[in-house]
Write a protein that binds this ligand. Structure first.
Ligand SMILES: Nc1ncnc2c1ncn2[C@@H]1O[C@H](COP(=O)(O)OP(=O)(O)O)[C@@H](O)[C@H]1O
Ligand SMILES: [Mg+2]
Length: 320
């Protein structure tokens, strides 16, 4: 039996990973989950759980390692961006204790997490991405004759702090802000997320695009898989440039003639991972198989187009 630890059990991604490893029957797994919040719902989907210190604590890494060693856990699947970064930074320590992960190098994670570094790399590839403005170029910006703008934090995630700017009042607020922000042209187009799995560095084997049919509070609640062919070359060159290993998701805007790169996240997607799994590519299982050195057939990397997912809320009850 393989013992696996999944972190940040309060997130939608962690719950999807737990569900994905529970629905497969090829590997006998015992799932541990952890979160700093004792009411994180994913804790109750796992076989066993423990409460971790916050990721900002200097005890975080040691506590995870100790827990793994005590329970003979040999596979660690980190979920939350900040954890992935810290674990990548301490990879040698995890290796030393025979706790295996499949994540990119620390440097490659930084290149994705910092949007300035990320767009610099996108620029090397000469792929399309939204035009980026320097603050100095925007002092006389003419909203009547130019496109609206979009602002987001350089190190943001989950759309936090990002918004459309279409008037000089909001723009002047952005221009005087001391926050590290990135200001782009506003793109009004459909968004596509591609779930990706690279069993070896820079080589994507799963390429599974999906669109949001309907969103609520920024979360996709209805989604559908698309044909992968238009995305293959772009995804190959991005994974290669960013030296991606394991799981990632890449976001694009899709216009009538173009795919415009928005960002790459070197982790499981929150909203649509179950859709990719249902479409045929059980990425969490592939991570486990790769870590365990098992054979993976070409068929296991394929996902079908035109599969629709409808999401809804569900409850867990705890008799405290
Ligand atoms: N240039 C842009 N024009 C219009 N919308 C954008 C632009 N950049 C990002 N967005 C929207 O904001 C969301 C969050 O931006 P993103 O770059 O993915 O940052 P993060 O997900 O890390 O917060 C995107 O999913 C997209 O909906
Ligand atoms: Mg994003």
């Amino acid at each position: 039996m393989i013992k696996v630890l999944i972190t940040s059990a309060g997130t939608a991604s962690a719950i999807s990973v737990i569900k994905a490893l529970k629905r497969q029957k090829e590997i006998d797994v015992f799932l541990f989950a952890t979160d700093m919040n004792k009411l994180a719902p994913g804790l109750f989907f796992a076989d066993e759980y423990f409460i971790s210190p916050p990721i900002t604590s200097s005890e975080y890494v040691n506590t995870i390692i100790e827990f793994c060693c005590k329970n003979q856990i040999t596979v660690l699947i980190p979920i939350f961006s900040k954890e992935i970064r810290v674990i990548a930074e301490s990879k040698d320590l995890f290796d030393k204790h025979n706790i295996r992960t499949l994540i990119p190098s620390y440097k490659s994670i930084l290149n994705c997490d910092d949007k300035n570094l990320m767009y610099r790399k996108a620029n090397n590839l000469q792929i399309k991405y939204p035009k980026i403005f320097l603050k100095s170029e925007l002092e006389e910006y003419d909203f009547k004759n130019s496109p609206a703008l979009f602002v987001k934090p350089v190190s943001g995630s989950s759309s936090k702090g990002s918004k459309k700017i279409d008037n000089i009042y909001d723009l002047s607020f952005v221009l005087t802000s001391t926050e590290d922000l990135i200001i782009q042209e506003f793109i009004d187009a459909e968004e596509v997320t591609v779930d990706v799995f690279c069993p070896t560095v820079g080589i994507p084997k799963v390429i599974s695009p999906r669109i949001r049919i309907e969103t609520k509070n920024g979360q996709s609640i209805k989604a559908m898989t698309l044909k992968k062919e238009p995305f293959i070359d772009l995804v190959y060159s991005i994974c290669n440039e960013f030296s991606i290993l394991g799981v990632s998701n890449i976001q694009f805007f899709k216009t009538d003639h173009d795919l415009i790169f928005i960002e790459i996240n070197p982790r499981f997607a929150a909203g649509g991972l179950m859709l990719t799994i249902e479409s045929g590519a059980n990425i969490p299982l592939l991570v486990l198989k790769k870590i365990l050195g098992m054979n993976i057939s070409e068929n296991e990397y394929q996902s079908k187009e035109d599969i629709i997912m409808l999401r809804y809320w569900e409850e867990i009850f705890i008799h405290a």
